[in-house]
Design a protein around this ligand. Structure first.
Ligand code: A3P
Length: 320
């Protein structure tokens, strides 16, 4: 379905005709809308959610560039926030039977996609939502509310490799995959899903420094390295801190275990089920490791991306 550019509204088609375009990572073309790159179907969802979404101060919104570990973050936050309603040891925990994306839906990719009108009545408070939108393109009601934003960032090299695999998997039915060289050149030019990668990251990084109680900036690699510390930090930020009793009874580790790559990727729902649109849930679980890029990058690619990263993040306090 990601590949289909038909069924677009007249408004969207008119807009597309004047937007800058490049070769598509998933569909035939990517378009530059408000400074970031997306496929046509997504632009429709973006416009609809920008116009219609009304944020509530209690909302928790998870933000990533695609392939930064969104699935993991969704699982962690869902388990954390709902730990009383859904005890972790229970056999009926929703994460055991549903893919994390079904529990924490994307605004532009799910709730507002294809002209849908979301039904927020079924949500409990706080509402858990997700988006890939850059900060400047978030619906104004999100920017003006007290909702909490959690940004998960991942090393651009691993994000790129993960994206290359993912988009080619989505394309594979069409026997038309993108070579790593071609995708790498696009990535370096900023043409990636919701990219440029660096602009996306830097905007949220700056916001997290400006408004530390509203925006929490996390790194995939840091969660991998020190999961307990990062999860506790997440819980404090969301004002759902672990009690002493919870800590001694091992709740932190229970959440981490439930949401681990090993556990989630081996569940029936994530191994064998598909979205109604046909994509396999298992596409969201590949290796889940740090440093897989080393298995793919040539010296030339390494040097080129190192230079870009150095330039783009210079003076920001962020380095990769
Ligand atoms: P790899 O392709 O490097 O394996 P997203 O969820 O944003 O689409 O990102 C997908 C990436 O996160 C994939 O990376 C996937 O394997 C990894 N991932 C998925 N679930 C994970 C988990 N529970 N723990 C760690 N990484 C996970």
């Amino acid at each position: 379905k990601y590949l289909q550019d038909d069924g677009l509204s007249e408004e969207c088609k008119k807009l597309l005709s004047i937007l800058p375009k490049e070769k598509g990572l998933v569909g035939s073309h990517s378009y530059n809308y408000q400074g970031f790159w997306v496929s046509p179907r997504i632009i429709q969802g973006v416009i609809a959610c920008q116009k219609q979404f009304q944020a509530q101060d209690s909302d928790i919104i998870l933000v990533t560039t695609p392939k930064s570990g969104t699935t993991w973050l969704k699982a962690l936050v869902f388990a954390l926030v709902n730990r009383i309603r859904f005890p972790l040891s229970g056999q009926n925990h929703p994460l055991l039977v549903k893919n994390p994306h079904a529990l924490v839906p994307f605004l532009e990719l799910k709730l507002y996609v294809d002209g849908q009108v979301p039904d927020f009545l079924s949500f409990t408070t706080p509402r858990l939502l997700a988006t890939h939108l850059p900060y400047a393109s978030l619906p104004k009601s999100v920017q003006n509310s007290e909702s909490k934003l959690i940004y998960l960032c991942r090393n651009p090299r691993d994000t790129f490799i993960s994206m290359w695999h993912f988009t080619n998997n989505l394309r594979s039915h069409y026997k038309d995959t993108n070579s790593i060289e071609e995708m790498f050149d696009l990535f370096c030019k900023g043409v990636s899903l919701f990219g440029p990668f660096w602009d996306h990251v830097l905007d949220y990084w700056k916001k997290s420094l400006e408004k530390p109680t509203r925006v929490l900036f996390l790194m995939y690699e840091e969660i991998k390295e020190k999961p307990e510390i990062q999860l506790k930090c997440l819980a404090e930020f969301l004002e759902y801190p672990f009690s002493e009793e919870e800590e001694t009874s091992g709740v932190v580790n229970e959440i981490l275990k439930l949401c681990s790559f090993e556990n989630l990727s081996n569940l029936e729902v994530n191994k064998n089920e598909k979205w109604p649109t046909g994509e396999d849930h298992k596409l969201f679980f590949r290796r889940g490791e740090v440093g897989d890029w080393k298995n793919y990058f040539t010296t030339e690619m390494m040097e080129k991306l190192d230079n870009i990263i150095e330039q783009k993040f210079l003076g920001s306090g962020l380095s990769f």
